[in-house]
Design a binder for this molecule. Structure first.
Ligand code: ATP
Ligand code: MG
Length: 435
């Protein structure tokens, strides 16, 4: 291994206190500035930037100066030199170079500007995502995404959940034949799973009382919006021996916990955000109250009709914070949602809403084999296709409840990002299949 790289420090690991020390750094050529008597090379790594300063007119340095001037921006270099305390430089120091190795030379014409001075269209950025990730804002989004996922795992771990991984190749649709990607599976047709719903419920019959999964879901939805992906990441939980109320509490606690792990992250500053941990308990309104509020705002929804984007925005405008909508008409909820006691038309189902969009859906589940089978058929589906699932309800299935939360929806709402594609490394949408 190249010794320069082996001993390299991140730009932020070096401080003015290292004055006089020999160090090596490695990273991308962020900027070059020629100020007549002095030449600056700004080198960027994961953590920050370091200023490499070369004073001209020192004989032996001529060759180095020539190479620094020539190396194209965004090339990868390793530099060894002496630290000098310098108040005006980033992190309070500069490096007086002795040696530079060009590890990989970049082409002259760059697809994007990485300094953030020249903006670019989202499509251009996604086409050159590897390069877009070199910009500070984009980089921070994905560091925050990683923090969010870690916070979630810590949260579930602390509460005794078991992490599961269920198959993404399935023979039947979770909720019917729509919005599925068919694939060829040897001589048969199979599908990419749109949700781990059926599997996490089957696990409730196994005695795994509390499970969670963080995994991709595939939705073959044709629509091209700023909140839908064809491959998204879902956080799913299922809990046995509890009611929907319990899992709603888990959901709001999870959201507050995740926020609390992000609010004091310094990288947030790059997104110009002032985050606050949402207050619990979140407000709860019923579906009936929602349509009443909408009607008061001049938006008429027939009872039994789903709430579209416009209704979501109107309600969000009225309520202005995270809230739950409960007691949905069963007709617009999946077959596995449990009707409330004494009313077969209303289900113990809920959606968690951000003022801008839906974040999660969940419910108390039907755990009676007979009712579940009847519900599947009354939704026009064939119970035969669900035999593997229904079987789990015939030999001892406890009452249970759960929900699914979109990771990207949570991130985009939390970080006030307009387009969901921004929070996915390599988004899949109606038009985009590469990179
Ligand atoms: P919407 O009505 O907003 O399209 P949905 O009700 O169809 O969402 P669910 O089937 O309830 O979605 O899925 C649970 C959660 O998974 C949603 O609340 C959302 O956060 C996320 N999700 C679902 N579909 C998508 C998608 N196409 N892209 C991104 N996230 C999604
Ligand atoms: Mg939903």
């Amino acid at each position: 291994m190249n010794m320069l790289i082996k001993n390299r420090k991140y730009a932020t690991e070096i401080t003015a206190d290292d004055d006089g020390e020999r160090v090596s750094i490695a990273g991308w050529v962020h900027e070059k500035r020629d100020l007549g008597g002095v030449f600056f090379l700004i080198v960027r790594d994961l953590k920050g930037v370091a200023q490499v300063t070369l004073h001209k007119g020192e004989g032996e340095q001529q060759e180095l100066l020539g190479r620094m001037k020539k190396v194209p921006r965004e090339s990868v270099v390793a530099i060894e030199g002496e630290v000098k305390s310098e108040k005006k430089a980033p992190n309070g120091y500069e490096i007086l170079p002795k040696r530079m190795e060009v590890l990989s030379e970049a082409s002259q014409v760059l697809p994007l500007d990485t300094t953030g001075k020249v903006g670019a269209e989202l499509d251009t950025r996604l086409d050159a995502r590897f390069m877009d990730l070199r910009t500070e804002r984009t980089k921070q989004i994905f560091i925050i995404r990683s923090r969010v996922l870690k916070a979630m795992r810590d949260f579930f771990d602390e509460r005794g959940f078991i992490e599961i991984n269920t198959s993404k190749i399935v023979s039947a649709a979770t909720e019917g034949g729509t919005a599925l990607f068919p694939i060829s599976y040897f001589e048969r047709e199979a599908f990419l799973n749109q949700s781990p719903q059926l599997y996490k419920q089957m696990l409730m019959a196994s005695g795994f009382d509390r499970v969670y999964e963080i995994a991709p879901i595939f939705r073959a939805e044709e629509h091209d919006t700023t909140k839908h992906l064809n491959e998204a990441t879902s956080v799913d939980i299922e809990v046995a021996f509890v009611s929907d109320d319990e899992v709603m509490k888990i959901l709001e606690e999870l959201i507050a916990f995740v926020y609390s792990k992000v609010v004091d992250y310094p990288g947030l500053a790059k997104l110009n955000l002032n985050l606050e941990v949402p207050k619990m308990p979140f407000r709860r309104i019923t579906y009936d109250e929602a349509i009443e509020l909408l009607s008061g705002a001049g938006e008429q929804i027939e009872w039994g009709e789903d709430l579209g984007t416009s209704a979501e925005h109107t309600l969000g405008g009225i309520i202005g914070e995270l809230y739950f909508i409960t007691d949905w008409p069963c007709a617009i909820k999946p077959f596995y949602a449990q009707p409330v006691a004494g009313d077969k038309d209303i289900c113990d189902a809920f959606d968690l809403m951000h003022p801008r969009l839906e974040l999660a859906s969940g419910s108390q589940r039907v755990h009676s084999y007979e009712l579940l089978k009847k519900n599947i058929e009354s939704k026009g589906l064939s119970a035969d296709n669900f035999e593997f699932y229904l079987d789990a309800f015939r030999f001892g299935m406890p009452p249970h409840a759960g929900w699914g939360l979109g990771v990207e929806r949570l991130l985009m709402s939390m970080l006030e990002i307009e387009n969901i594609r921004e929070v996915v490394l390599f988004p899949r949408d109606r038009r985009r299949l590469a990179p």
